[in-house]
Design a protein around this ligand. Structure first.
Ligand code: FNR
Length: 393
């Protein structure tokens, strides 16, 4: 990708747009409706957690090595039995049609083309079946927001499995949206939950639920969509006692494929996942959108890896804005990193082309960084390549 880029530059061609995250954010703001912008950009409270996520990356610096033969370096790695291009995946993001009419299908198309894992949100605006067809043979996982309706959960998991989503990631931190001032002040929830939630509307169990409420999902699309989003962000907490049921149900449906929990920030919760036999965790604070003033995700990662890093597959997200952040998270013990806002900005600016440009640029950034800093593969990322300053609260 980097050579492709440099070749274009040498011919005087400009890239599609500047991939500096700050500049992309500005462009996306210009492109999006007010509601779309608030949904994408708002964080919990004063954005303290969002800022802490970024600050935590500044605490660690990479130590490059010179004159290393990196000519045959590779960014490749494996996740849940898939060999993929890089330790970088598409984080689950809800309601993509807010950002661009091509929505989830555009993103899943690019993920497959780049051989990076795609994670489909339960709050998606495109059905499981349509995303699967856009994603083709690409590696893909299903992210569950667990409704308080077991029959519906089973139906979703069955559809996901039958359509090639071969790992389940349960998100535990967002059964209720956090207090996000901009969203609250504009009653934005009323805006975005109306976006055609094909995901629900095409589900046979959910259609039954609509009919029971006198809603014809083919006619009262907005009402059905609102009902769907309300059953996803339902506002009623689950407890750890539900996890064995979900894990067993998924394992039975999928023939034993991996089950992971996303949203883990405490060592205690990470230990519980190990005790319950969960296959993986995503250390994440939902990009700082749920609990204002929470610990930085990267700081949580460090502690969690120390406690259980050798017992469970640890993944990471929240605040990654470039290749050096990916390398730092892996050096601290994450095995894989997910990206959210970067590709949302790409999708908002220029649909499928925009997502492709952002993710190819990130891959080029990673490849170049590894080359010039003396790293040949993901196994070279460990604590020795970091100089870590004191925690800066
Ligand atoms: C999210 N995230 C999220 N997570 C999830 O499990 N299901 C979802 O539907 C969504 N939706 C969503 C929408 C928007 C607009 C954002 C910004 C985030 C959280 C997401 O998966 C991931 O944890 C963070 O986005 C990662 O942080 P960065 O890369 O955005 O900083």
């Amino acid at each position: 990708y980097q050579r492709e880029n440099f070749l274009k530059q040498s011919e005087g061609q400009l890239p599609l747009f500047n991939t500096d995250p700050r500049k992309m954010e500005e462009r996306a703001k210009e492109k999006l409706s007010e509601g779309g912008w608030y949904y994408a950009s708002s964080n919990a409270g004063m954005s303290t957690t969002h800022l802490a996520n970024r600050q935590a990356f500044h605490r660690h610096r990479l130590i490059p090595n010179q004159l290393v033969d990196t000519n045959t370096r590779s960014t490749k790695t494996t996740i849940f039995n898939h060999t993929v291009s890089a330790p970088i995946g598409f984080a689950p993001i809800g309601i993509n049609k807010i950002y661009h009419p091509s929505g989830e299908s555009a993103v899943a198309t690019v993920a497959s083309e780049l051989n990076l894992p795609y994670c489909l949100s339960t709050a998606a605006s495109t059905s499981i079946e349509n995303v699967a067809s856009a994603n083709g043979t690409g590696p893909r996982f299903f992210q569950l927001y667990m409704p308080h309706d077991d029959e519906l959960t089973i139906s979703l998991l069955t559809r996901a499995w039958e359509n090639g989503f071969d790992a389940l990631i349960l998100t535990t931190d967002t059964w209720q949206l956090g207090w996000r001032h901009d969203d609250v002040a504009t009653s934005n929830y009323a805006f975005y939950r109306g976006f055609g939630a094909e995901m629900g509307l095409e589900d046979p169990v959910f259609r039954k639920r609509c009919q029971a409420d006198g809603i014809d999902p083919d006619v009262d699309v907005v009402k059905a969509s609102v009902k769907w989003i309300d059953s996803v962000w339902h506002g009623r907490a689950w407890g750890w006692d539900k996890i064995p049921w979900l894990m067993e149900t998924w394992k039975r449906i999928s023939g034993g494929r991996p089950f992971a929990i996303k949203g883990i920030q405490s060592v205690g919760d990470a230990r519980k996942c190990v005790e319950l036999g969960v296959d993986g965790i995503v250390v994440s604070n939902h990009a700082g959108r749920q609990v204002d003033g929470a610990v930085a995700s990267l700081d949580a990662l460090e502690r969690i890896v120390e406690a259980v890093g050798d017992k469970i597959y640890v993944m990471f997200d929240s605040g990654v804005r470039g290749a050096s952040d990916v390398v730092k998270a892996l050096a601290l013990g994450a095995r894989f990193v997910f990206i959210g806002r970067l590709w949302i900005w790409g999708l908002s600016i220029q649909g499928e082309e925009g997502v492709r440009h952002v993710m190819k640029s990130l891959l080029a950034d990673l490849d170049i960084l590894m080359g010039v800093a003396g790293f040949n593969g993901v196994d070279d990322f460990n604590r020795d390549i970091l100089e870590s300053g004191p925690k800066n609260y």
